[in-house]
Design a protein around this ligand. Structure first.
Ligand code: NAD
Length: 239
């Protein structure tokens, strides 16, 4: 039985991912600022704000000490605030960076310190296709997601071969975060510009995390897997 810590598993992609590991018999801890919305099938909730580095350290230490190690750490918690570049408020931008970028750094640093002692472990995170494009209204968010892919490369370089690091970059996934941004018309419009013709189901992102954590991915480190129904490839074609 592996021990998994995942942030942001009370909802959306993190919730589906935690359940994917739990179904396989893994022991899952969910570091989230809020309790699970639906049920506790996503593991044991430890109330944690990933922007608070000492809270992250405490949560990771608690799991590590209870079970003699952490096998996989998934930094998935993320937020987005819609604002044009001329309107961005400093407090909003700092919060987005603290949660989406430094929150990944805090969780990976904390878990990697513990994994290094055992000489094994896997660090995973949720980035985004928006790290590859200038999606309007989300300059700070887009920058944090490009930053997560950059963190992944450096963690892999410094910690290989004992510890692997990788991230998953979803395109549009139908989660509470995404639905909060949409009117019904926007949902139809976004579906129309995705070559697959629809949003991803959170389970389709969870499957990638499950693969990345497995021994089947043992030669994969420092990389990002894009799962976007063809959206980024499509953006480079002309009509
Ligand atoms: P969601 O809002 O459904 O879930 C995010 C979870 O993170 C929530 O449970 C929330 O409570 C938690 N969280 C937020 N701030 C936190 C903090 N400071 N500390 C701890 N937990 C915190 O969103 P989602 O769509 O499932 O997003 C999950 C990840 O996937 C995010 O990093 C997001 O940027 C990324 N992502 C989402 C999409 C999409 O289309 N939904 C696309 C690409 C990337």
């Amino acid at each position: 039985m592996r021990t998994i810590v995942i942030s942001g598993a009370s909802s959306g992609i993190g919730n589906a991912t935690a359940k994917r590991f739990a179904r396989a018999g893994d022991r899952v801890y969910n570091l989230d600022i809020k309790p699970p919305e639906t049920d506790s099938a996503a593991g044991t909730w430890i109330e944690t704000d990933v922007a608070d580095w000492s809270a992250v350290d405490r949560a990771v230490a608690r799991v590590d000490e209870a079970h003699g190690g952490i096998d996989v750490a998934i930094a998935n918690a993320g937020i987005s605030i819609r604002h044009g570049v001329l309107e961005i408020a400093e407090t909003d931008a700092r919060r987005v960076v603290d949660v989406n970028l430094l929150g990944v750094l805090a969780m990976w640093r904390s878990a990697a310190r513990r994994m290094a002692g055992r000489g094994a472990g896997v660090l995973l995170a949720t980035a985004s296709v928006n790290g590859h494009r200038g999606y309007p209204g989300y300059a700070d968010y887009n920058a944090t997601k490009a930053g997560v892919a950059a963190l992944c490369r450096t963690f892999a370089m410094e910690l290989s071969p004992a510890i692997r690091a990788a991230c998953v970059s979803p395109g549009a996934v139908l989660t509470p975060m995404q639905l909060a941004e949409y009117t019904p018309e926007m949902l139809v419009a976004v579906n129309a510009r995705i070559p697959a013709g629809r949003h991803a189901d959170p389970d389709e992102i969870a499957a990638a995390f499950f693969y990345l954590a497995s021994p089947e991915a043992r030669f994969l480190t420092g990389q990002e897997i894009v799962i976007d129904g063809g959206e980024i490839a499509g953006a480079t074609t002309s009509e």
